[in-house]
Design a protein around this ligand. Sequence first.
Ligand SMILES: [Ca+2]
Ligand SMILES: [Ca+2]
Length: 146
Amino acid sequence: MRSIFGGIVSFARVASWACIAFIGVAGAAHAQSADFAVRILSVECIETTTGPARDDVYLEFSTGERIPRRSADSITMDSGDVWNPKATVRATDSLQVTVWELDDVGSDDEIGSFVVYADDDDGRYTEQLSGDGSNYEVTYEVAHRQ
Ligand SMILES: [Ca+2]
Ligand SMILES: [Ca+2]
């Protein structure tokens, strides 16, 4: 019995090592084709940032891109508003997305940021952001070239 049990255990160990090795190879192969696209579907303002005024929202990406494009432009949002940028940003390896609240006086307030990685599976994701007393939800889609 002991030898049979031992045999099963060692088989299980070999199987798990083989599995880890397989995942490692698959991961490495995936990382080589690190070109991907992130499509921002919606930015939902559940609650605006601190203060009585509405928020003036824009997106900034680690690629240097900005939505809206012009540096003085923003989308005015109140609690309950949904903005559908429907904008696609292409990146390699990773993409940081930052949501800002534009202020005319002083520096802009950061609503929040998140990083999307080339290793992330294709599909739809939602991020919850809560900077400066706010509550925002950003929904985006990740897609790799087929
Ligand atoms: Ca502000
Ligand atoms: Ca503002």
